[in-house]
Design a protein around this ligand. Structure first.
Ligand SMILES: *Cc1c(COP(=O)(O)O)cnc(C)c1O
Length: 439
């Protein structure tokens, strides 16, 4: 099939995500034929370094033999069975492993991140409802709070706790209201104020709000350490500690949305570890299968689980998705976790992160600010008046064979953990040229 033919057919039949389709009249789609390691290959054989891990999902490269083999093996025994009334080894093994890693014992599954957010919000709400039916007179804990600039997914419930205007405003009349707490994103700190001092100041504002409203609050949902969709807004782990203390003190659930930051991205297996906290719910997806198959999970405490465990059916969590706990996806997740165990991934990433940081110093010769990193996430903000910066920078990088997807003026790398030193070199140099030609 010729390139033009593929493009025409895609434009006719496929509605692409997060896209004003008309813009593809000017900037054609790129038909990808295959992936290998950190690279994507288009229909004409041109290759692109995947510096964003295909929207943050791909941890160990494309065409990874170990994950591929695990899926193939599972395919020969059981591709799928519904998880209501049935169970299977991959889902049990994965739940046990995730439980060990997170300290949370009960795993509920869906297929994407937004659904994980929905599940955590519904479970929290339902927990307080179940508690209320035992102790009438207890006040209504039905509301949610989140951080300014937060992102928790695109479904209506998830958008209700999201705070990104371009995704949210159109649908405002459909959404459940939630309040946003000041974000500890340290780009917003006062001149001379440390990230930690700023985090504590934001935590004080959180405390003030929670003190006043805790009787109506079900949960506080946060992206621990990095608000990725907000343009890699990073903050000090002291905020997590204070948020945990405040939520515990005022009986408000803490939901950690680790959909983007989980599985080693911030330098620890889960970002919450850096604040030394355990949330009441953790939402996982994206990297969970190494980028192979859609899967998400919400894990919670025994205390929450027990509030649903009852003779009465409607006290149970009557939520489901057709593909809940899909065995193929679970086997991909198990293979992903096996790579973490056998390859000392977190330690290797620490070394790789240092290499990337050192290489990135050359970028400080460009008009940029807020150079920052957290584990295997690297970002800086380009100082430019151009409203077209992100599109033009994307185009310029693609021409050089580098897949970047700037968010506003923020350029970031979230590379596969398997990226080599030569590839790092290429990534940084091509970024230098792309930014230089765009500002
Ligand atoms: C991507 C993301 C989601 C939504 O996940 P989907 O699989 O795209 O629905 C939710 N929260 C965070 C922090 C994310 O980065």
């Amino acid at each position: 099939m010729s390139n033009q033919n593929i493009l025409n057919r895609s434009m006719q039949s496929v509605w692409h995500p997060c896209t004003q389709m008309k813009q593809h009249e000017q900037f054609p789609l790129i038909p990808i034929k295959k992936g290998d390691g950190a690279w994507l290959y288009d229909a004409e054989g041109k290759r692109y370094l995947d510096a964003v891990s295909s929207w943050w999902v791909n941890l160990f490269g494309h065409n990874n033999p170990r994950i591929k083999d695990a899926i193939k093996q599972q395919l020969d025994t059981l591709e799928h069975v519904m998880l209501a009334g049935f169970t299977h080894e991959p889902v049990i093994e994965l739940s046990e492993k995730l439980s060990k890693l997170t300290g949370l014992g009960h795993a509920f599954y869906a297929s994407d991140g937004a659904s994980a957010t929905e599940i955590a919000l519904k479970m929290s709400f339902h927990y307080w409802r179940n508690l209320r039916s035992e102790t009438p007179g207890k006040t209504n804990k039905t509301k949610f709070i989140s951080l300014q600039n937060s992102y928790h997914g695109e479904t209506l419930g998830a958008l209700g706790v999201t705070d990104v205007a371009i995704f949210k405003d159109t649908y405002a009349p459909l959404l459940t209201q939630s309040a946003q707490m000041p974000t500890p994103d340290f780009r917003l700190a006062e001149a001379g104020e440390s990230a930690e001092a700023f985090a504590m100041r934001c935590a004080d504002a959180l405390e003030l709000y929670v003190t006043k409203h805790h009787h109506e609050l079900a949960a506080f949902i946060i992206e621990p350490l990095v608000q990725c969709a907000a343009g890699m807004g990073m903050y000090h782990p002291a905020y997590l500690r204070r948020a945990r203390e405040i939520c515990t003190q005022y009986e408000v659930h803490l939901i950690a949305d680790e959909i983007a930051v989980g599985f080693g991205r911030t330098g620890t297996m889960f970002a919450c570890e850096q604040g030394d906290i355990c949330p009441d719910f953790i939402c996982l997806s994206k990297g969970i299968t190494g980028g192979y198959l859609p899967l998400s999970a919400v894990l919670t405490t025994d205390k929450v689980y027990q509030a649903f465990y009852d003779e009465n059916t409607v006290r149970g969590f009557l939520h489901s998705h057709s593909y809940t706990g899909n065995p193929l996806a679970c086997s991909a997740a198990l293979a992903t976790l096996a790579i973490f165990e056998s390859d000392d991934v977190l330690q290797n990433n620490r070394e790789k992160s240092a290499v990337i940081q050192a290489e990135m110093q050359v970028l400080t010769n460009l008009p940029i600010e807020h150079m920052r990193h957290q584990g295997m996430i690297f970002a800086f903000d380009v100082v430019t008046q151009s409203a077209q910066f992100s599109k033009q920078c994307y185009q310029a990088a693609m021409q050089q064979g580098l897949l970047l997807r700037p968010i506003g003026n923020t350029v970031y790398f979230m590379p596969p953990y398997t990226i080599s030193e030569a590839e790092i070199d290429f990534m940084v140099n091509a970024t230098f040229d792309a930014v230089k030609s765009t500002v």
